[in-house]
Design a binder for this molecule. Structure first.
Ligand code: DGJ
Length: 640
């Protein structure tokens, strides 16, 4: 931590005072954190004090013994008589005094998120983080420290994942004694927080887990804690509807009839919900205008939302809608009325991104407007799903209402404001399924999963690119957390053509849906979509509630990527494989399955052949190379 005391000194010497063990999980005011529904967690609190300044520090260790996870956060309280300024207040510092470690982190950019990189440590400090006000496309708030020989099934790995959606920092330092220390929390750059006498500051929570048996176990620990102790609400475990989203089908160019025609076709194929994406409100005919004006554009939807939703419900489908509550276009009624509600720096040109500015969500009157105007829309029709988007990072970090000595608080107060607003929406509309989004996966972090059980994985819907994005995502996040859709070919982001079957197999490793004009498909393709939707419903339990195994890495040169789902009772497994590079005269593809019961016997549904679990896991299974571009295979084995 870093603190500037009232006298300008920058010293603090925290000494141990006492400890306490409390039943249950510590709750952090205003911040999402792990909860303890099963009442199995305990919290160790360590109390410390800096005698010279009367600053008090409480360190919270929430222990979920049955899930192998400890969550750490800290609270600092000013017990003195004058204000102090926090300059750095991290969530945790993990010390690894001996051993040899490598670091794994997940980097990327828009439409290429969470790409795994594994590096040996150097003497000095390595840092991954964000200074963009959001957790970002560029770095995910999680790192892994693993032994150099660690694989999916062997070796020691510490996984660290921060429950926070703003600028963060994860520093890994190796010192002169080869000791390693990971320091994680809110990024100290652009951060200052003034603590008046009696005031306290709470850090976000860092989830920590250790696996002595490889990366697979580490991921399973994160999947389990996130699904059970972080995700909330009606759709935490309930089956999510298969959806059709109109974004890549129409972009901004739609009207009621166009949307209904997509819905009509979708309903015939077994799709259960239509999601109306960007462009339904204000004067939103392009990304130049309209954000902030949360009322229906009746030029496009002549009968308003009510007529459209009635039509869609009449097809037996649910209806969902897109919003981007945190943003405003200068060409909007909202901006014309409240220009000071946008984050801009006085005397400087505002920094636009996608032609939009960011609303100052640290202000309660701004949040009230956003809540009231969007809630009115959600109440005006039978809305059962909301996609909450956020399409830029933040850079004009100045709030018109905070005094100059508090401007360093804007980034964090913005994040607290978002959490407050998300809490209001999710508690006021408990039957709505919320999906997070930020230009794809720009705010794909554990904190968002506290409010929405799924997040749109990436704006890259290309089946082959998605293999790597979904692979990286799976190290910390469960399959149920990843929104994933089948889109049209040539793919809009890469121009690549992949078979429909392959796009289906890849998108099924997530919360499944479509994002194309289904009317443009041939009759054969429509039949194939119908079968895919049926398959997804059939395998849903296995995919969302089963255990997930990464069998091969899309980053290797094997030419194929394989992954597997296994039911909790190990009676069924779904094997998925995509060939990313077909080779002439190639040998069969061999790989070993995981997570089965070695004593059980399994029948391959495809041809009735029977294998023992032990043979499948130790000798493996072979698949002949399939010719063509990017073919995929899905196979089910069930206990005999
Ligand atoms: C970014 C999202 O990731 C897309 O899916 C889409 O909703 C657009 N925004 C709409 O502006």
């Amino acid at each position: 931590m870093g603190v500037c005391q009232a006298d300008g000194t920058r010293a603090a010497d925290f000494r141990y005072v006492s400890w306490e063990i409390r039943e249950g999980a510590h709750k952090i005011p205003g911040l999402p954190c792990l909860f303890d529904e099963d009442e199995t967690a305990e919290t160790l609190v360590i109390f410390l004090e800096d005698a010279a300044s009367s600053l008090k520090l409480e360190l919270y260790y929430v222990v979920f013994a049955d899930r192998d996870v400890i969550a750490r956060s800290a609270r600092i309280t000013n017990g003195g008589k004058e204000a102090v300024r926090l300059e750095k207040m991290m969530s945790a510092c993990l010390e690894l005094p001996n051993g040899s470690w490598e670091a794994i982190h997940f980097h990327g950019r828009h439409a290429m998120e969470r790409r795994l990189e594994r590096l040996p440590l150097m003497h000095g400090t390595m840092e991954v983080g964000s200074r963009r006000g959001t957790s970002s496309h560029q770095h995910n708030p999680g790192v892994i420290l693993c032994s150099p020989d660690a694989t999916e099934e062997h070796g020691g790995c510490y996984g660290l994942s921060l429950i926070y959606s703003g600028s963060f920092s994860m520093e890994i330092e190796m010192d002169q004694m080869d000791s390693v220390r990971a320091v994680c929390g809110i990024n100290p750059e652009f951060f200052e927080y003034r603590l008046e006498p009696g005031e306290a500051f709470d850090t976000p929570q860092l989830m920590m887990t250790y696996s002595g048996s490889g990366l697979g176990r580490m991921s399973a620990n994160f999947h389990s804690i996130i699904r059970h102790n972080l995700c909330r609400g009606k759709y935490k475990f309930a089956r999510r509807p298969v959806l059709i989203n109109n974004w890549e089908a129409t972009y901004f160019d739609f009207n009621e009839e166009k949307i209904l025609s997509i819905a009509r076709q979708a309903s015939e194929l077994g799709i259960e919900m239509l999601v109306l994406d960007d462009g339904w409100f204000g004067s939103r005919d392009s990304d130049n205008a309209g954000l902030g004006d949360w009322f229906v554009n009746t030029d496009k939807l002549k009968g308003g939302l009510t007529d459209l939703v009635t039509g869609i419900n009449g097809l037996g489908m649910k209806f969902g809608i897109w919003i981007e509550p945190e943003m405003v276009n200068e060409d909007s009624r909202l901006y014309r009325e409240h220009p000071d509600w946008a984050l801009t720096i006085p005397g400087r040109k505002p920094c636009r991104s996608r032609n939009q500015l960011v609303l100052d969500m640290s202000r309660s009157e701004v949040r009230d407007y956003v809540f009231d105007s969007i809630a009115a829309v959600l109440k005006s029709a039978n809305v059962e799903y909301v996609k909450w988007d956020m399409n830029r990072s933040i850079c004009d970090v100045y709030s018109a209402v905070l005094p100059k000595e508090r401007q360093g608080e804007v980034y964090h107060r913005y994040v607290l404001g978002i959490y407050d607003l998300m809490e209001r929406f999710t508690s006021s509309f408990p039957n709505i399924l919320f999906e997070g989004c930020s230009g794809g996966g720009g705010r794909f972090d554990p904190a968002i999963l506290y409010y929405s059980p799924q997040i749109w994985g990436s704006d890259d819907t290309d089946g082959i690119e998605r293999l790597e994005i979904q692979y990286g995502t799976s190290f910390f996040y469960p399959i149920s957390a990843v929104g994933s859709h089948v889109s049209a070919i040539p793919n809009h982001q890469t121009g690549r053509r992949t078979p429909l079957a392959t796009r289906g197999v890849v998108a099924m490793a997530g919360s499944f849906g479509y994002e194309m004009d289904l009317n443009l498909l041939t009759e054969d393709e429509k039949e194939a979509v119908k079968a895919q939707v049926e398959d997804y419903k059939k395998y849903y339990d296995l995919i969302h509630n089963g255990d997930y195994y990464r069998l091969t890495s899309p980053q290797g040169d094997s030419g194929f990527t394989a992954w597997q789902f296994v039911s909790g009772d190990k009676t069924r497994t779904l094997l998925n494989l995509v060939i990313t590079h077909v080779r002439a005269n190639a040998p069969d593809l061999w790989f070993k399955l995981r997570g089965l019961d070695p004593e059980k016997r399994y029948r391959l549904e495809e041809n009735g052949r029977i294998y023992s679990g032990s043979a499948l896991m130790n000798a493996g299974i072979s698949i002949p190379m399939i010719m063509g571009d990017y073919p995929a295979v899905q196979m089910v084995l069930t206990e005999v």
